[in-house]
Design a binder for this molecule. Structure first.
Ligand code: HEC
Length: 156
């Protein structure tokens, strides 16, 4: 009785093992490791294999634009037209959404306004006031950066 029961259990097991061995690898068309089909996939695969290394961003200090009374006056208009929906009218204080920014270095103000993001390489000693990514980008204000800077600087 016991023998028959065991045999009944073992037989399907043996059959399934031998069935698995029947795969003929000489005629198999798909490789067990699928080849990347897109450039992105290839790049990702290379990056994973250590083939492509992203260069670490390096901070480059820049001389900030000069501050003239004309730039301060013009910067006030630009700031009040674009920034105070989130930042405080007084850049030394935090606003409804955005932090105070009167003490933010030039290299950060520049990138933050044009891209909405903090730069990848930060000035030594500077710590972003937030870890959020809530600010929008103002690429069209690139030409107004010296005025924005002058206005912010006039509060320090
Ligand atoms: C939609 C709301 C919004 C507007 C409009 C906005 N900001 Fe911001 N800003 C933020 C927020 C929120 C942060 C905090 C970081 C983040 O979430 O992006 C920030 C951060 C900054 C910082 C970095 C402060 C620091 O040292 O951490 C600067 C500089 C800045 N804003 C300047 C400006 C200027 C100049 C304008 C106008 C041209 C402007 N922002 C318009 C929301 C805004």
């Amino acid at each position: 009785m016991k023998k028959i029961f065991l045999g009944g259990l073992l037989a399907p097991l043996l059959i399934s093992c031998s069935a698995e061995q029947k795969v003929d690898y000489r005629t198999r068309t798909t490789s067990p490791v699928p080849a990347p089909t897109t450039i992105e996939a290839r790049d990702a695969a290379q990056a994973n294999a250590g083939g492509v290394k992203k260069e670490a961003a390096v901070f480059v200090a820049e001389a900030p634009p000069e501050v003239t009374p004309e730039l301060v006056a013009h910067g006030k208009l630009i700031y009040e037209a674009n920034c105070i929906s989130c930042h405080n009218k007084n850049p030394n204080e935090k606003g409804s959404i955005g932090p105070a920014q009167a003490g933010t270095p030039w290299e950060v103000v520049k990138v933050k306004v044009v891209t909405g993001r903090y730069p990848e390489a930060l000035p030594p000693g500077y710590v972003p006031q937030r870890t959020t990514k809530a600010m929008r980008a103002f690429p069209k204000l690139e030409g107004e950066l010296p005025a924005i800077w002058a206005y912010l600087k006039s509060f320090r």
